[in-house]
Design a protein around this ligand. Structure first.
Ligand code: SF4
Length: 694
C-alpha cells in the first residue's frame, strides 16, 4: 500500500474512458501509480475530472489480468499458456489455413475504440494488407456509425463541429438522447455552468435525466419523446420553423444547396409533419414542440449535443441528418456557441473511425473503391488492396452462421456482452474455427476464443486518443506492459507471421505514417502534440495547428446539403404480447461492459444493473420496489431487480448494461439502422413480469 503524496515523478496522459478525453497527471513512485490527478492544462478538461478517470484505474494491476498468451484447439478445452512465438505462430497458421481452405474473405478483424489511433491503424492495415480483405470494422458500428454517415452526407465531414469550450458561447442548447451527467461528466459540468449563466435548455429524451430533474438547473422544455420516434419529433420541430418563417434564409441562401433546401422545405411543411399530427406518435404535446422550436430558432446561438439515444435506432442515420438539417435551417453552424456535437461514448471512438476501421472506407473516410486513394495506400504499403467493401460486424456474424466466415481477430472489444442479441453473437462465434482475442481480461467473448493474446492498459502504452471534439492527445506509458508486449507490437508480430512485414520501433513512427496518408492529419506528430498540448483535426497546410471549429466559411463538402428525413416507425412497436418499450443507458460510476470499472473501487457505488419501471406499469403487474422481474422480448429473456420510479414514463422500462449477469443484450434484437447497421439498442418491445428470485 502506497500512501498518497509519495510520488517521485508524474507523467501526463489521457483518460481511457469517455470521449471527453480528459488530460491526467499520473503521479508515480517508480513504476507504481500513486494517484491520478486531473491535468490543469488539459485542453479538454481544464483541471476537472470525474469519478472514473480519477479513481477507476487500479484494474491495470488487478489479479485477474491475463499476462501470458494462451491457446486451445477447441472452446471446450482448458486454456494452455504458451510463449508469444507459439501463440502468434498458431494464430497466423490458423488464419492462413482458413484462407486457403475457405477463401480470402473467410477472415476479418475488429478494431477497438478503447485502443490508440496507432494500434487501430495497425489492425486495419493488417486486415487489408496481410489478410488482403476489407473485412474490418470497429465497435463504432454499434454506437456512432450513424453520426459518420449522417454528418458526412449533410455537412461533408464525419465528426462534430465544435470544441467543448464552444458551449460557453451558446444561448440555447438542445441535448438529445444523451445523459452527459452520467456519460460525459466533465462536459456536463461545463454545460451546467453555462446554463447557470442563463443559457436556455431543451432536453429531448424518453427518460428524466439529471439535466431535467436537477434542482440546480431548469430545463425550459423536456420533450419526453416515446422511444423510436425521434425523427417524427425532429420533423415536427422543423415544421414549426419552416411554417412560422423562422428559417435563417441568409445563411441557407449563402451556405446550402438550393434545390435540396427547397425539397426539404416542401417536405417538412407538409401538414403530416406538424406538431399536432405528430403528438400522438411521439407522445409530446404539440404546444411543447411549438414552444421548443420557437425557442431554438429565435434564442440566439443554438447548439445541439446528442448521444446514443439518437444513433442507436433503426433510423439513427436519418435522425443525425434531421439534426444537421435543423442546425443549417437556423444558421447554427460555423462559429462559437452553435453546431452539431455528437457526444462520443468511448475514449477513442472518433479515432477508430478516423483510422479507417470501416469495411468501405480507408483512413480519412475515403471510399475503398476510389482508385486514386487506394493506389496511394498500395504504393505506401507495397500491396494490392481489394477494391470492394468488406463485411460489417453483423454481416460477419451472419456469414459465420452461413459457413463462409471462419476466423476473427478481435482487439479490445467484448462483443458478446456489448453487441445486441447475445445468443446470435454467441452462435456465430461458436461457428468460427479460429477466434483470436486480444484483451486485458478473459471477457465474455473469450469464452468462444481459441487464442488469447494479453493486451495492455492505457498506463502501459504510448500513442494517441482522439476525443469527441476531434482533439488528438497523447497517451504516455507509465509502466511496462504486464505481458511484455504492447498491443502495437502484438499486431506487428501477427502481421509478420502472416508474411506481411510490419517493422516499427515506436508508435510515433506509426503516427508519422498516419499523417503521411491521411489528409486531415497532415503535419500531426508526437512532437507537435507535445508542443501544443493537443491538436484538433483537420490539421493541414491551411491549418497547421489544427481546426477547433469546422465549416466556418463553407462546409467541408462545399454547400451544406439538406436531406429529406421521412419518419418510418420501427418494427419494435409495443404489442399485446410485448407491451412495454425497453431502452438502455449508462450510470456515472460504471463504464460500458464494466470490464474496467467492475475491477476498481467504483463498483462500490453501483454493483448491479436494475430495471427502472413506472409505478403505473409496476402496479399493473404487482411489482414492488426491489422485486425480481423477468424481461422477455422476441430475442430472449433475462431477470433483473425492479426500481419503481417516475424517471421513466409509463410504457417504457430502462436499464444499464455494466454487468454481464444482467443480460441486457440477451433481450435486444437484431433490428438496426438502415444505413449503417448500428443496432437499435434503444427500442425493444418487451413484457415484464414479477418472478421469484433467480
Ligand atoms: Fe475520463 Fe470522461 Fe470522466 Fe473525463 S469525463 S475523467 S474522460 S470518464
Amino acid at each position: 500500500i502506497i500512501e498518497l503524496g509519495q510520488a517521485d515523478h508524474a507523467v501526463i496522459t489521457t483518460c481511457a474512458y469517455c470521449g471527453v478525453g480528459c488530460g491526467f497527471k499520473a503521479e508515480m513512485k517508480g513504476e507504481t501509480v500513486v494517484r491520478m490527478t486531473p491535468w490543469k492544462d488539459g485542453q479538454a478538461n481544464r483541471g476537472h475530472s470525474c469519478v472514473k478517470g480519477r479513481f477507476a484505474w487500479s484494474y491495470a494491476t488487478h489479479k485477474e489480468r491475463i499476462t501470458k498468451p494462451m491457446i486451445r484447439k477447441s472452446i471446450s478445452d482448458p486454456w494452455t499458456e504458451v510463449s508469444w512465438d507459439e501463440a502468434i505462430g498458431y494464430a497466423a497458421s490458423e488464419f492462413k489455413r482458413l484462407q486457403s481452405k475457405y477463401g480470402r474473405d473467410s477472415v476479418g478483424g475488429i478494431t477497438s475504440s478503447r485502443c490508440t489511433n496507432e494500434e487501430t491503424w495497425l489492425v486495419q492495415k493488417l486486415v487489408r494488407a496481410a489478410f488482403n480483405t476489407n473485412n474490418v470494422d470497429t465497435c463504432a458500428r454499434v454506437c456512432h456509425s450513424p453520426t459518420g454517415y449522417g454528418l458526412k452526407t449533410t455537412l461533408g465531414e464525419s465528426a462534430g463541429t465544435q470544441t467543448f469550450d464552444s458551449v460557453m458561447f451558446t444561448d440555447v442548447v438542445i441535448v438529445m438522447g444523451a445523459n452527459p451527467s452520467a456519460a460525459h461528466p466533465v462536459f456536463a459540468s461545463r454545460l451546467k455552468k453555462r446554463l447557470r449563466q442563463g443559457a436556455r435548455l431543451i432536453v429531448i429524451d424518453p427518460r428524466q435525466t439529471e439535466l431535467v430533474s436537477s434542482p440546480h438547473i431548469r430545463a425550459d422544455y423536456h420533450l419526453q419523446v416515446r422511444p423510436g420516434t425521434n425523427v417524427a419529433l425532429l420533423s415536427a420541430l422543423s415544421h414549426v420553423i419552416a411554417t412560422e418563417n423562422l428559417i435563417d434564409l441568409d445563411f441557407v441562401r449563402e451556405r446550402c444547396e438550393e434545390k435540396a433546401f427547397k425539397e426539404w422545405l416542401d417536405f417538412v411543411s407538409l401538414p403530416e409533419n406538424s406538431p399536432e399530427a405528430m403528438q400522438e406518435e411521439t407522445g409530446v404535446p404539440a404546444e411543447q414542440i411549438r414552444g421548443a422550436a420557437r425557442l431554438f430558432a429565435t434564442g440566439g446561438n443554438g447548439s445541439i449535443y446528442y448521444g446514443l439515444g439518437v444513433t442507436e435506432h433503426s433510423q439513427g442515420s436519418t435522425t443525425v441528418m434531421a439534426i444537421a438539417n435543423l442546425a443549417m435551417a437556423t444558421g447554427n453552424i460555423g462559429r462559437e456557441g452553435v453546431g452539431v456535437n455528437p457526444l462520443r461514448g468511448q475514449n477513442n471512438v472518433q479515432g477508430s473511425c478516423d483510422m479507417g476501421s470501416f469495411p468501405h472506407e480507408l483512413p480519412g473516410y475515403r471510399h475503398i473503391s476510389d482508385n486514386v486513394t487506394r493506389h496511394e495506400f498500395e504504393q505506401a504499403w507495397n500491396v494490392t488492396l481489394q477494391p470492394e467493401p468488406g463485411l460489417r460486424i453483423p454481416n460477419m456474424f451472419d456469414a459465420a452462421l452461413e459457413g463462409t466466415f471462419k476466423g476473427l481477430y478481435c482487439q479490445g472489444e467484448d462483443i458478446v456482452q456489448s453487441d445486441p442479441d447475445t445468443q446470435h453473437v454467441a452462435a456465430s462465434l461458436s461457428a468460427m474455427e479460429c477466434v483470436v482475442i486480444q484483451d486485458i481480461f478473459l471477457n465474455e467473448t473469450a469464452k468462444y476464443a481459441h487464442v488469447f493474446l494479453p493486451g495492455s492498459t492505457f498506463l502501459e502504452k504510448d500513442g494517441t486518443f482522439t476525443n469527441a471534439e476531434r482533439r488528438i492527445s497523447r497517451v504516455r506509458k507509465v509502466m511496462e506492459p504486464a505481458s511484455g508486449m504492447a498491443d502495437w507490437e502484438i499486431t506487428c508480430a501477427l502481421s509478420n507471421a502472416l508474411g506481411y512485414p510490419m517493422n516499427y520501433t515506436h508508435p510515433s513512427e506509426i503516427m508519422d505514417e498516419i499523417a503521411a496518408l491521411t489528409p486531415t492529419f497532415t503535419g500531426v506528430s508526437f512532437d507537435l502534440i507535445t508542443k501544443m498540448g493537443s491538436v484538433q483535426w483537420p490539421c493541414n497546410e491551411e491549418a497547421p495547428e489544427g481546426t477547433p471549429i469546422m465549416h466556418i466559411d463553407e462546409f467541408v463538402r462545399g454547400k451544406g446539403k439538406f436531406m429529406i428525413t421521412k419518419y418510418i416507425p420501427t418494427d419494435e412497436r409495443s404489442t399485446r404480447k410485448f407491451p412495454l418499450l425497453f431502452t438502455t443507458g449508462r450510470i456515472l460510476s460504471q463504464y460500458n461492459v464494466g470490464a474496467q470499472t467492475r475491477r476498481t473501487p467504483n463498483v462500490a457505488w453501483h454493483s448491479e444493473d436494475v430495471l427502472e419501471i413506472h409505478p403505473v406499469d409496476a402496479e399493473d403487474r404487482g411489482i414492488s420496489q426491489g422485486d425480481w422481474v423477468g424481461i422477455q422480448s422476441r430475442a430472449g429473456e433475462t431477470v433483473l431487480r425492479a426500481d419503481v420510479t417516475t424517471r421513466v414514463q409509463p410504457g417504457v422500462v430502462y436499464t444499464t448494461f455494466h454487468f454481464p449477469e444482467s443480460g441486457a443484450n440477451v433481450v435486444t434484437t437484431d433490428n438496426s439502422d438502415w444505413a449503417t447497421n448500428c443496432p437499435e439498442y434503444k427500442v425493444t418491445a418487451v413484457q415484464v413480469t414479477r418472478v421469484t428470485q433467480p
